[in-house]
Design a protein around this ligand. Sequence first.
Ligand code: MEV
Length: 401
Amino acid sequence: MSSEDPRPTSRIPGFYELPVRERIARLVEHGLLSPESAQLLTRGALPVEVADRMSENVLACHALPLSVGLNFRVNQRDYVVPMAVEEPSIVAAASNAARLVRISGGFVAEADPPIMTAQISLDGVPQPEQARARIHAEKARWLEAADRVIPSMVERGGGASDLEVRVLEPESGMLVVHVYVHVGDAMGANLVDTVAEYLAPLLVAEIGGEVGLRILSNLPLRRCVRVECQVSSEALGGDRLADRIVRASRFAELDVFRGVTHNKGIMNGVDAVALALGQDWRAIEAGAHAYASLSGRYRPLAVWTRSEDGVVGRLEMPLAVATVGGSTRVHAGVRAAFEILRVQDARELATVMAAVGLASNLAALKALAGEGIQKGHMKLHRRKEAASTEAGIERSERSGA
Ligand code: MEV
């Protein structure tokens, strides 16, 4: 614990051996969960009446295991990280990797300011190149116009910050205007959609053509997160394993079939945190894979290189996440997850999610480059199999089969 930031440690040895209720009690004792939220988690955190207002044609709530990843330390702060995922071994593997990273000081991460992209496409614009130049020349006026429609975001320090125009197809006069908007701690989809819908007819009035689409882009290139960590060969289990991890990373750089699986392992961690915290994980997934392909070739989001005494991992990806809006307030389980995680804002949340992604990647590469994935995996898979057998037995007993 640092003196200016008295946060509970994320090291809770023996946590996995406790019964579920005692794990919750431990988080309460630890100061990470209020007794009220603990009760909510025990009872089930999403009443069907609330669910009925979140979606349509609702029948029930679809449950997933809600776990916590332990041992995480990011930018000198400890985090107990809520993760919702059905696949065995993801939480244990990420927690183990975080423990190894912790020995070398933890993860170092930075997130860009929360800038989202509004896209306005226009069709049939006469003289599209001149139109592009005209909009660019009046950039300040367009940004002011955009701000008019999102005054409360501007009041909170956000708002339109930049604009770009690209001609996509000169012959048909298709061009696209990007308006970059600082969305504060929101994911920002509603804000940028509002901006796009407001500006589109004004643009047509000025440069002609017809309004096309007005929607955010799920490739928020100006909202990336970068995270880095080091692990010593000693902590990994030797120089040979360190070398093999680096070769595994190189394999992912050279081959798309491996690259996509490598990235899937990263998203195991990122998505699990996203789900626990009520984030738009489809948007995150879409952005991640588009970013991986940006150079024209699908690439790993994280790469590993050798350092003098071990390995260094670096991950970079776009990450549009929120600490306000969406289901962050409606879903009591999500509120409890935020209580446990204790992040101040969306940028801090992005750094932690990226660290969990990098930890998941390290865990996978360490297993694959070492004894293979099946040994550890299968032990945990067998627990799940046993659970499904027990559930089957109960069901057939109830039905008298
Ligand atoms: C399984 O969910 C994820 C892995 O396939 C990732 C990887 O191969 O790097 C183990």
